[in-house]
Every structure is written in C-alpha cells, then in structure tokens.
Design a protein around this ligand. Structure first.
Ligand SMILES: O=C(CO)[C@H](O)[C@H](O)COP(=O)(O)O
Length: 224
C-alpha cells in the first residue's frame, strides 16, 4: 500500500479570536487552517461567516479548510469556495441536495467534502464518494472544542476507507474532535489521513513543535 499523505489541519476555534492573523502565522508549518463556521442553528454555537473567511484567506500562510456547521449549506457553501477557501465541508444532515452542493463547491474552485455527525451512519451516503474529495468523520458532537475523543467512531472511518478502496477513489478521510498525541494513532490505523486538532495545537506552549509531534506520531502509527 502506498504511504498515505498525512495532513495536519489545526482548528482556529481554539485560537485567540482577537488576533487571528497572528494565530494563523503560528500554524505556518501545518497543511491547512481549519475554520469552523457555526450558525447557532445547526449547532448551539456561533462563530464567523463568509466575510471573515475572505479576510482569513488574505492573510493565511496555509490554505483554508472550511467546516460548515450550518443549516442550508446548499445555499451557502459555494460562497465559501468563492471566498477563497480551498476545501469546503458541509454536513449531510443539513443538505437537501448533497450532490448539487458538492458539485457547486467544486465548480467554484474548492475541494468538496461532506461531514457526518457521530450519530449519522456513513453507508446511506456511500454513493456520494463519487462527488467529493474528502469525508469528515466527526469524533465529537459538533459545536465546541476541547471535548473528549469518541473512539467508537473508528469503525466508521474504517467503513469509509473500505468503501473508497472498493470504488477505487483516493478520497481523503478527515477526523475532527479530540484529536491529540494520545488519539491520532488510532485514527491513522483506522484509515484517516487529515487530522483536525484545536486544543491539542493551540493549547501547546510551542504550537509549531506540537504540529511536528502530531505529524511524527501519525507517521509512526502508519509505519512511515
Ligand atoms: O469542529 C469542531 C467542533 O465542532 C472543532 O474543529 C473541534 O472540536 C476541534 O477542537 P478540539 O481539537 O479541541 O476537539
């Protein structure tokens, strides 16, 4: 099996919102900057929207990986790609027409991804693999940083990896929530290759060193 390209996507949800340009600068060694868009309807929390994403794109040293935790992504998701996010993830639970939404994101120039909450099975959405570049398996209930990792989501990561192999697609699998030095290994073993980490990165004294440690731990878990 080819060595997977393991990627670290620090979540700025745990960063200092009073100085996001500086906080993005601290993760210049990462592969992505993960930006959580929450609308206080799909999840009980409110963060930021398209104008702020547009501003972050202008100053970020790494591409923006936008995770939309919002109602009606069919209407709003393509706008985040137009704003310059290089990857846009929407929740299948909120999408009326996920195929059209994924196509609209790609047409606007971004990688498209769909996310599933812990209680949402992957199997009904397997056909969607043909339309996306990544699947996000949530390893906490979406809405807040700093929650405990849900190891019971690993079979779902395995199911996505198996389905992708069967279908011959090289879709990325992202995990988000409670990812740390203690939990990243089991995510790699299950087949994930993109790791969102908020508190594990921004809670470290040396953010760049923590990103390097997460990457090294992930590589060690896959024997690379
Ligand atoms: O999507 C999210 C919450 O809904 C965040 O990206 C996630 O929780 C990251 O925070 P932490 O790594 O601290 O769990």
């Amino acid at each position: 099996m080819a060595t997977p390209h393991l990627q670290i996507s620090p979540s700025i949800l745990s960063a200092d919102f009073a100085n996001l340009e500086r906080e993005l600068g601290r993760i210049a060694d990462a592969d992505w900057a993960h930006v959580d868009v929450m609308d206080n309807h799909f999840v009980p929390n409110l963060t930021l929207g398209q104008p702020v994403v547009e501003a972050l794109v202008r100053v970020s040293p790494v591409p923006i990986d936008c995770h939309l935790m919002i109602e009606d992504p069919d209407r709003w998701a393509p706008g985040y790609a137009e704003a310059g996010a290089r990857s846009v993830t929407f929740h299948v639970e909120a999408a009326a027409d996920p195929v059209a939404t994924a196509r609209a994101i790609r047409a606007a120039g971004a990688r498209a991804a769909f996310a599933v909450k812990p209680g949402t099975p992957f199997e009904p959405y397997e056909e969607l693999l043909a339309e996306v570049d990544m699947v996000l398996v949530m390893t906490v209930e979406p809405g807040f940083g700093g929650q405990s990792f849900m190891a019971d989501q690993m079979p779902k990561v395995r199911a996505v990896r198996e389905a992708a192999k069967r279908r011959g697609t090289d879709v990325w699998i992202q995990v988000d929530g409670g990812v740390s030095l203690d939990t990243i290994g089991q995510c790699v073993e299950a087949g994930a290759d993109v790791f969102v980490a908020g508190s594990a990165v921004y809670g470290a004294d040396d953010v760049a060193a923590r990103i390097a440690e997460l990457r090294a731990t992930a590589h060690a878990a896959c024997g690379a």
